[in-house]
Ligand binder design. Sequence first.
Ligand SMILES: [Zn+2]
Length: 108
Amino acid sequence: MSKIKVNDEIVVISGKNRGKQGKVIQKIPKEDRLVVGGVNITKRHIRPTRKGQQSGIVEREAPIHSSNVMLVCPRCGKKTRIGMTISKQSLTEEKKLRFCKKCGETID
Ligand SMILES: [Zn+2]
């Protein structure tokens, strides 16, 4: 499962959108896919289903597989793999935190 979250800045590392950068706007965990703002735009023809509804072409982002993207670290600005670390909040409470494998800073 991808460690990328909504609102993360990512860069596409493979496929036809390689090199494009954008913000994750939706996660589809079932398919391990992400919808990224401005990336993988497809044009869809909309047909009116009701009277008075407008038809036309709508541009929208199609989901891309999360294995094709890498996180852009908000701390160092480099594309990076995400590491996980456990932070003790108290004696009984632990929290999983993500960290950048390039600069070591926590991301969450
Ligand atoms: Zn970093």
